[in-house]
Design a protein around this ligand. Structure first.
Ligand SMILES: C[S@@+](CC[C@H](N)C(=O)[O-])C[C@H]1O[C@@H](n2cnc3c(N)ncnc32)[C@H](O)[C@@H]1O
Length: 376
């Protein structure tokens, strides 16, 4: 068992009604909530790890920390320039509590430099700090593409049209040794139509232009394909049990939830039934919900009580009888070249030599000309 000692139980699922009837908050000390396989704790996970968690107790730490976003979230975000320093103490604890063959998976979004259309390097610096300073290995980086992502930041993407949609998060998979427990057989994907055709019609073994020798083993039907490190998962939950529960109880749903498929992918690939999974920035406890369903034992820490109260709804008897999974089986990424044919859209406007800097001024002067009737 990985907890050094248990704190006082202040509330359980059976008593969720007691505070919601009064609008919101009750007197929170350290609170905890238990399910059959895990628990949520309302606390600062850094303090909790230091005080209560033993060395090498976790098989997987799966989490999405607050990102260093320009636009502040309700739950607070570290500033870009302080981010790595802030994260360091968490990283030290993660390294200590992780088993030698365990994994640390961090979903982290990129960010922009305030006021200018260039990217922050904070998440690259985070990866470098974790590996160079704290001794983690980068087992692999994944990219979570959210096909439903809005075109932001609007100023650069939809107003000045000088950047494209930022629709991927990096999901870093770190490990304590170069050989963490893992199997890609747990996360196989359906064969593409072209691969199905190839399996049906046969494949001629030959050397590819890249130099890769594709032998006839390539044409063996293994039932499914080895997936790439691009995860296409829409974040479009709009009518889940969790949302209805929050609405019924007058709670604000967590504004930065990830879809259950994201933790599920890594929990399946990196842990077995009965293994212990920890999410130190748990928010609405999606990680806990997935672990409960996949029979992993788990602990979620979340510092803000309101999010914990909402999270508890995920484990009510009604919730467990429902599955909200309604995802497309696969996504097609349109070829970038598909609209280039007639230069219909692409070269219609000239590139601004100032890179879009004086966009507002140009637009104002264009509007002025239009209203005075001088524009062609
Ligand atoms: C990006 S959100 C996680 C959302 C979560 N993955 C979900 O799907 O609901 C990060 C969360 O970390 C919490 N948090 C920030 N610092 C914390 C700390 N020291 N201990 C515990 N939770 C913390 C924030 O309140 C926030 O809810």
């Amino acid at each position: 068992m990985c907890h050094k000692r248990r704190s006082r139980v202040l509330w359980h699922s059976e008593v969720t009604g007691f505070c919601m009837d009064h609008g919101k908050t009750v007197d929170y000390e350290i609170t905890e909530f238990h399910t059959q396989r895990g628990s949520i704790r309302c606390c600062d996970s850094l303090a909790y790890m230091k005080e209560h968690m033993e060395d090498e107790c976790c098989d997987l730490i799966f989490t999405s920390p607050p990102f260093a976003l320009v636009r502040r979230k309700d739950y607070g975000n570290e500033k870009e320039e302080d981010y790595v320093k802030w994260f360091r103490d968490f990283g030290i604890q993660f390294h200590r509590i992780l088993k030698t063959n365990g994994s640390l998976v961090i979903d982290i979004g990129g960010s922009w430099i305030p006021g200018q259309p260039t990217r922050s390097l904070y998440h690259f610096e985070l990866a470098i700090m974790l590996c160079r300073d704290l001794g983690f290995h980068l087992a692999q980086e994944f990219y979570w593409w959210n096909p439903a992502k809005l075109p932001t930041p609007a100023e650069w993407v939809t107003v000045r049209r000088i950047r494209v949609k930022d629709a991927v998060n990096t999901v870093y998979w770190f490990s304590k040794s170069p050989w963490p427990r893992a199997s890609n057989r747990r996360v196989l994907a359906p064969y593409s139509e072209s691969m199905k055709g190839l399996l049906k019609n046969g494949y001629k073994a030959r050397l590819r232009p890249s130099g890769h020798d594709i032998s006839d083993k390539f044409a063996t039907n293994n039932g499914a394909s080895i997936p790439p490190n691009l995860l296409a998962i829409p974040n479009t939950e709009s009518n889940s049990f969790y949302l209805r529960y929050c609405k019924d109880k007058g709670l604000k749903p967590h504004p930065a939830r990830f879809p259950a498929t994201l933790p599920e992918y890594f929990i399946r690939m990196l842990t077995d039934e009965g293994d212990f999974v920890f999410d130190p920035f748990a928010g609405s406890s999606v990680t806990g919900e997935v672990c409960e369903r996949l029979k992993r034992s788990w602990l979620c820490c979340e510092i803000l009580p309101d999010y914990v109260l909402g999270a508890m709804g995920r484990f009510s008897a009604e919730a467990s009888s429902l599955t909200d999974r309604k995802e497309a089986e696969s996504y097609r990424v349109p070829s970038s070249a598909s609209l280039w044919k007639d230069d219909l859209f692409t070269d219609a406007s000239e590139l601004a030599t100032d890179g879009g800097l004086n966009h507002q001024r140009r637009r104002k002067s264009r509007n002025a000309k239009t209203t005075s009737g001088k524009t062609r």
